[in-house]
Design a protein around this ligand. Structure first.
Ligand code: UDP
Length: 141
């Protein structure tokens, strides 16, 4: 089993619902360690840069509007097969299709306000972690 890191964002809707702790408990319960964390209000430039791969999609502007609508909690998770383990905890992008017991099934309202982000591969994870955290501020343990 490979020890990986992945980037997690608790989005503005879930921060507003006051469920950061409940989501952190799910990470810890699945053996994922929080090795960096920061609460921040993203600028439009931050959000547009982060989601640059989606900039031609029809939902891009709404997605950026949503991501800057309130503070987000950003963290790096570390553990065995962290990328996939985290995606499993999150559930499908559309909460209506997310499996019972997943974060999105339990805390998300819609496909646009869907509670959490998680890197979708090891390479994306490395890029996304570097986007938000200088290496010195990631505390591998
Ligand atoms: N999104 C949306 N409408 C769509 C598809 C995606 O608003 O029809 C948003 C949603 O917030 C999603 C994000 O764009 O989380 C990134 O989409 P992706 O397909 O990468 O889903 P994810 O990896 O977040 O499950």
């Amino acid at each position: 089993m490979a020890i990986e890191r992945t980037l997690s964002i608790i989005k503005p809707d879930a921060v507003a619902k006051n469920v950061i702790g409940q989501i952190y408990s799910r990470f810890e319960g699945a053996g994922l360690k929080i090795v960096a964390a920061r609460m921040t209000l993203l600028s439009r430039a931050d959000a547009e840069g982060f989601y640059a791969a989606h900039k031609e999609r029809g939902f891009f502007k709404d997605l950026v509007d949503f991501m800057v609508s309130g503070p987000v909690m950003i963290q790096v998770l570390e553990g065995e097969n962290a990328v996939l383990a985290h995606r499993d905890l999150m559930g499908a992008t559309d909460p209506k299709k997310a499996e019972k017991g997943t974060i999105r099934a339990d805390f998300a309202d819609s496909i646009d306000a869907n509670a959490v982000h998680g890197s979708d591969g090891v390479e994306a994870a490395a890029n996304e972690i570097a986007y938000f955290f200088p290496a010195l501020n990631v505390y591998s343990r």
